[in-house]
Design a protein around this ligand. Structure first.
Ligand code: SAM
Length: 280
């Protein structure tokens, strides 16, 4: 049996589908988890691959340690989405973190990933620093009055429940929720196939952020080339030196992808991606 990802109608990846461990229509999306000989357990939401045991470290380390190592003293963190727990696991590795608020719309994703992807969260959902909120991230941010040093939006693609997390209203709310030197990072699609997401995010960020950047990470099961991670701040954020990043990285245990060299290199963008970063 084979599992065919349906993100693109004209092309896509497919997996040998071993045992189906869980499958359900939740209140928000279709969720399936199955075994694959090469990637281990694989999760898809609404037909789109979300995470696998084999390559999750690439995405989660780069979504977290780039902003966390660029903020001077990240204490209060907001995660939007991230129901599999990988982002939360990596955030909690930073000694400076005093509180993490995670806003996930679908509690089934959390419960099922704790059961079937135990190494994603590794007990992170039991950490006393966590304030777990079950809600739509856009609704949360619209009513939020707290301030955060880093906001990480680990959402599905802008289809289904994730769509609102790519809208101007959400970005405006994130800007209000960030401290003056705060950093927003977003899952921003694969530019070779979803270049419109980079362009629209760049344009929608213009009224709210003075730093608007992207960095690239090649995640094997996010097909079509490297994935773009959006990076924004109300302040001018400059890249730390390699030596400074090496210092900050010393406290982060169990890294398998992130390194100071990879961090700096990720911001070197191909011309076709730079050409997407144009205002109207
Ligand atoms: N790394 C994956 C990617 O790049 O596509 C994302 C993985 S994570 C499982 C995506 C999470 O976003 C899911 O748990 C989903 O329930 C959550 N989500 C989708 N829309 C949301 C919303 N509006 N508010 C909060 N969480 C949302």
């Amino acid at each position: 049996m084979r599992y065919q990802e349906i993100l693109y109608s004209e092309w896509g990846q497919n997996f040998t589908q071993g045992q189906t461990l869980f499958e359900a229509e939740t209140n928000h999306q279709h969720l399936i988890i199955f075994d694959n000989p090469r990637f281990g357990r694989v999760m898809a939401l609404d037909g789109v691959i979300q995470t696998t045991e084999a390559d999750e470290f690439v995405y989660h380390e780069m979504m977290v340690h780039v902003p966390m190592n660029m903020h001077l003293n990240p204490k209060h963190i907001l995660i939007i989405g991230g129901g599999d727990g990988g982002i939360l696991r990596e955030v909690l590795k930073h000694h400076s973190v005093e509180s993490v608020t995670q806003v996930e719309i679908d509690p089934v994703v959390i419960d099922i990933c704790i059961e079937y992807f135990p190494n994603h969260s590794k007990g992170a959902f039991d950490d006393p620093r966590l304030n777990l909120v079950i809600n739509d991230g856009a609704a949360f941010i619209a009513n939020n009055t707290e301030h955060f040093n880093v906001i990480i939006t680990d959402s599905t693609d802008p289809i289904g429940p994730g769509r609102v997390l790519f809208e101007s209203e959400f970005y405006q709310g994130c800007a209000s929720a960030l401290s003056d030197d705060g950093i927003l990072v977003t899952q921003n699609g694969v530019p070779f196939l979803q270049g419109d997401e980079v362009m629209s995010t760049y344009r929608r960020w213009k009224p709210f952020f003075s730093t608007r950047a992207f960095y690239l990470t090649p995640v094997p099961t996010y097909v079509g080339g490297a994935m773009a991670m959006g990076f924004a701040s109300k302040s001018e954020i400059t890249q730390p030196s390699l030596a400074r990043l090496e210092e900050r990285t010393e406290e982060i245990f169990d890294l398998k992808y992130y390194s100071p060299e990879v961090h700096l290199g990720a911001f070197g963008l191909p011309t076709f991606v730079q050409n997407l970063m144009v205002d109207e």
